[in-house]
Design a protein around this ligand. Structure first.
Ligand code: CMX
Length: 442
């Protein structure tokens, strides 16, 4: 036995449910490969090859599905449905319930959520070498770089690598990957809080408590005590968790994991992609941009003054952060649910009012500008304003929150990649000459 029986007993229900689901999914995949392996799904165009593989259907991802017009569904559930069915005893959906849903495809019972919550709380202790590493990093190093390094360092304890070295069968790779994933998800809030307190506060981080759920523990470790902030964390950590397989962070994690690197290495790479300004870092960029806009237009902003500012941004050759999307062609439901949260819980947030005004103005200006395929807001257009309202104002830290959440989807997918025994990813590339030859044949 590679890992302790005690651990297995604790996650037995989760593991048993997954075992049954995996057996069924393996059969379905075998049948698909055998009977329908040659069925074409799509035709790849030269445009797709040179435009970042936009819309090319080339990945198998079970955890979520993104429809350009309906937005994200997690194992078939829309965001409003997740709000109704995953909240446990709280107002907003719990990331623990979401993780169960992503892993098993089932909405958990109250007891199952409790089991997973307790399991994650027990695994939350951060190893001494990772603590030493995080405490040694310079304050001016971007928090995302610190998080990625911290995650990579957890790999020293990888159960998958121990199992692999011991020669465990390929059909069982998913079991030790589940072990690693639970440990990673459990430790991420504490690591993020240590980075936050080291960089922006006095370097002291309280311990998580078995009494609280992951979101309240996270909020408390960041130094907050407001229940509404904990509810915001529940919503935030749930809605950012997954966005099908093609986005940069999920795809990178999948690609690196497909070489059988452990989940720490794979997700550390995914975090580096999330740290790009066109992807997860857009939330930091968006708040920076909103604060500058606020300074110019003031508390009593009007649509016209916002339009002038947006046009100036575009004239300077910059993108309007928080707007546009590679897949979505409507307003991101993750934006709408945050706007709802602001309406429900906050009545005195000038920045949220500016976000709402921007929503009226920016799509019109982007349409007139005529470049963006999707002129509507994405998830990042609102998150910063809510965090700012509650006092989390260090916006270079915002992508770290995204990283704590995205681990749910990326690790669940890596476990399923191993459960379905997907091969190493190896598409083919083309030279310009090769593309020209194809074009000449047409
Ligand atoms: N402001 C100005 N121009 C924009 C724009 C925006 N918000 N969104 C797209 N465009 C431009 C693109 O830069 C591109 O211009 P070029 O032809 O000069 O290169 C053109 O419109 C067409 O782009 P697109 O097909 O609509 O969008 P892409 O799929 O290439 O890119 C995205 C998608 C998200 C990178 C882009 O919309 C963008 O840069 N948005 C701002 C950054 C942002 O909010 N990112 C967060 C996305 C959510 C996430 O991944 O977390």
């Amino acid at each position: 036995m590679i890992f302790s029986r005690a651990n297995f007993r604790r996650i037995s229900t989760l593991k048993q449910i997954m075992e049954a689901k995996i057996a069924e999914s393996r059969q379905r995949l075998t049948k698909l490969k055998k009977d329908h392996g040659n069925v074409p799904i799509d035709q790849v165009t030269i445009d797709q090859v040179v435009r970042g593989m936009r819309g090319m259907k080339a990945l198998l991802t079970e955890t979520s599905r993104l429809d350009p017009f309906k937005g994200i569904t997690f194992r078939g559930l829309s965001i409003p449905e997740c709000q109704q069915r995953l909240h446990g005893k709280y107002r907003e959906p719990m990331p623990e319930s979401m993780y169960w849903l992503l892993l098993t495809g089932e909405v958990p019972t109250f007891d199952q959520v409790e089991e997973l919550r307790g399991e994650l709380a027990k695994r939350s202790q951060i190893p001494a070498h990772t603590l030493d590493l995080l405490n040694s990093l310079p304050k001016h190093m971007h928090p995302m770089t610190q998080l990625s390094m911290g995650v990579l360092s957890l790999g020293a304890e990888s159960e998958f690598m121990k199992a692999y070295d011991a020669g465990v069968k390929k059909s069982e790779y998913w079991i030790s990957t589940l072990e690693d994933s639970l440990s990673l998800v459990a430790k991420l809030p504490g690591m993020a809080a240590i980075i936050y307190n080291n960089v922006y506060k006095d370097g002291k981080t309280c311990d998580p408590s078995i009494k609280y759920d992951l979101s309240e523990n996270f909020g408390r470790m960041l130094g907050f005590s407001d229940n509404n902030f904990f509810e915001l964390m529940r919503l935030y950590l749930t809605i950012h968790c997954d966005h099908e397989g093609g986005n940069v962070s999920s795809h990178t994690t999948h690609l690196v994991g497909s070489a059988l690197s452990d989940v720490y290495k794979a997700y550390s790479a995914g975090l580096n992609g999330l740290a790009g300004p066109l992807h997860g870092l857009a939330n930091q960029e968006c708040l920076k941009w909103l604060l500058e806009l606020w300074k110019v237009v003031g508390d009593n902003a009007e649509e016209d003054s916002i339009a002038v500012y947006v046009k100036e941004t575009l004239k300077n050759g910059k993108v309007v952060p928080g707007y546009g999307h590679a897949v979505l062609r409507v307003t991101d439901p993750r934006f709408l649910v945050q706007m709802e949260f602001a309406k429900k819980s906050i009545d005195d947030c000038p920045l949220c009012k500016i976000v709402a005004l921007c929503y009226k103005v920016i799509p019109r200006v982007l349409k007139e500008h005529g470049k963006a395929q999707n002129p509507y807001p994405n998830v990042d257009a609102h998150s910063g304003a809510l965090l700012y309202y509650y006092g989390l104002r260090e916006f270079e830290f915002y992508t770290v929150l995204f990283g704590v959440s995205r681990a749910l989807g990326c690790t669940a997918s890596t476990i399923w990649d191993r459960a379905l025994m997907l091969p190493i990813e190896r598409p083919a590339s083309m030279t310009m000459e090769g593309l020209e030859e194809f074009a000449a044949k047409e």
